[in-house]
Design a binder for this molecule. Structure first.
Ligand code: PMP
Length: 493
């Protein structure tokens, strides 16, 4: 343990040691049951007499902060009421500069809902609010083996910073994946990022400044809305229908607002699950080109298709460098890898790379190497095929359960891929009001207003994740949801 001591100070050394440890205990950084260093060891480390340390420990013990176990050492006492008082005290006297920092801790919407469900205390809660696929299916053992083999093969190189734009073989592998989806690009145009959230962040930093206008589908991915709001952008929504963004409304918005960016999720949109029609894709690119506005295409689950034909990505239709494409391995594989990527042409690529380096030097080279191997040996594609089959069945189970357990007046489209069903309730029921009742019944969802640009519209909508639960739980969860709706109806009269 390193304790900063000031021998010239008027306060004796034992007091300095005691006050340092006291602070650690009260702040929680030395939690209950922590074993303090042996007196002899600490005295040696600090270059003081053993008696000095013994005095400090004796004072802490007299104040009820530590206790000594015969022959074992000195330990921090459990659940110290003083420490609790300090931890929970929001009025703590922070330095002045701290008080001018705006507290902007934004939890993800699905985390907020999941906490609510947990707090409701149901013995078997069913989570439909999740934003990812089923973690119980993650290929944990396969990936562990891949990491081990990469460590054996690459040794030190696997633990260096690696290239700022990403591990070259992985960039080449991604190029091949994209080519199979009809998007021709080259590894030099790919920039590996820490998930697609960082990709959206980097594009925002490079292209926009506070008060600039960004056009988004309304509703849209709440993590993008949170990011744009935090960066001080003005967000204008483009209405949607069953074929995605209503591109016929776009031209007027472009003329009216002169946006700096159009952010869109054209495949299996979050939260609505819709796909932008082919005709609208072409129209969107023509308009963006005409008004000189970049398009940020977020293809977060593009490969999770359960039926129908894939549409060309906007990037594949783009010949002039108008589109910046971002995607991720979070939903199609595992979010904890934190690997996403940008495909960009032209001068913006270097600018994005520069911001990437400034932000975190590089994405973990070990994980990139493991992912590259996982893709190269064909495991990624096999995993995707397997997940696709499972999620398709789960989607069908949820659609059937909705028909069986929810009122006839609910409306929804069957998504052809992705993770979500976007469900509209009969008018007088607000999903915000329904949520606590549903949580009590043991089921969660994300209320629609989380996804709208004004933060208020869409209260008759909810997002349900069908991929993250087993078929049995899906059926039971929807049954509970039906029960919660019935209760709300009764309350509303
Ligand atoms: N885009 C969309 C549409 C998402 O839903 C998410 C995750 N919820 C992301 C981007 C970011 O995911 P990640 O950073 O894990 O790639």
């Amino acid at each position: 343990m390193r304790i900063p001591l000031t021998p010239q100070s008027t306060s004796p050394l034992y007091q300095q040691i005691e006050s340092y440890l006291r602070q650690g205990i009260l702040s929680g950084s030395l939690p209950a049951e922590t074993r303090l260093p042996a007196c002899r060891q600490l005295a040696h480390d600090l270059g003081v007499n053993r008696a000095t340390v013994e005095n400090a420990y004796a004072k802490l013990q007299a104040d009820g902060l530590v206790f000594s176990r015969m022959g074992s050492g000195t330990y921090v006492l459990p659940s110290n009421p003083l420490a609790e008082g300090i931890k929970n005290n929001p009025e703590k006297d922070w330095p002045l500069w701290q008080k001018s920092v705006q507290a902007r801790s934004l939890k993800s919407k699905s985390d907020t809902v999941e906490e609510m469900l947990q707090a409701a205390g149901h013995p078997h809660p069913i989570h439909f609010a999740s934003g990812v696929s089923d973690s119980r299916q993650f290929p944990v053992n396969e990936f562990r083996k891949v990491i081990q083999s990469v460590m054996r093969r690459d040794q030190i190189a696997a633990l260096e910073y690696g290239e700022g734009n990403g591990y070259a073989p992985l960039r080449a592998g991604i190029t091949r994946i994209l080519a199979s989806q009809g998007l021709q690009t080259s590894p030099e145009n790919i920039l590996i990022t820490a998930g697609s959230q960082q990709a959206i962040f980097l594009v925002s930093q490079v292209l926009l400044k506070p008060n600039d206008i960004v056009l988004v589908e309304d509703p849209t991915y709440s993590g993008a809305l949170d990011l744009f709001r935090t960066l001080g952008f003005q967000i204008i929504g483009i209405p949607m229908d069953g074929q995605g963004m209503q591109v016929d409304k776009l031209e007027k918005l472009l003329q009216q607002h002169h946006p700096k960016l159009i952010y869109t999720v054209p495949n299996f949109h979050n939260p609505t699950g819709t796909c932008l029609s082919s005709a609208r894709r072409r129209q969107l690119i023509v308009l963006a080109d005409r008004y000189n506005v970049p398009i940020l295409e977020d293809d977060f689950v593009g490969d999770l298709r359960y039926e129908g034909h894939a549409q060309p990505s906007l990037k594949a239709l783009d010949t002039g460098g108008q589109v910046i494409y971002v995607s991720t391995f979070s939903k199609m594989l595992m979010p904890g890898l934190r690997v996403g990527f940008i495909v960009a042409n032209g001068p913006i690529y270097d600018s994005l790379l520069n911001f990437k380096r400034l932000s975190d030097q590089a994405t973990s080279t070990l994980i990139q190497r493991a992912l590259d191997t996982y893709v190269t040996i064909g495991r990624y594609q096999a995993y995707l095929r397997r997940s696709g089959q499972i999620f398709r069945k789960r989607r069908d189970t949820m659609l059937n359960a909705i028909q069986q357990y929810l009122p006839d007046e609910v409306s929804f489209d069957s998504p052809k891929g992705g993770l979500f069903i976007w469900l509209r309730l009969p008018q007088p029921i607000s999903t915000d009001a329904l949520l606590p009742v549903a949580c009590k019944e043991g089921v969660s969802f994300v209320p629609g207003n989380f996804f709208f640009t004004d933060g208020a519209s869409g209260e008759e909508w909810m997002r349900l994740n069908f991929a993250a639960q087993t078929e049995e739980d899906i059926e039971e969860g929807i049954r509970r949801l039906g029960k919660a709706m019935q209760q709300i109806k009764t309350i509303n009269g």
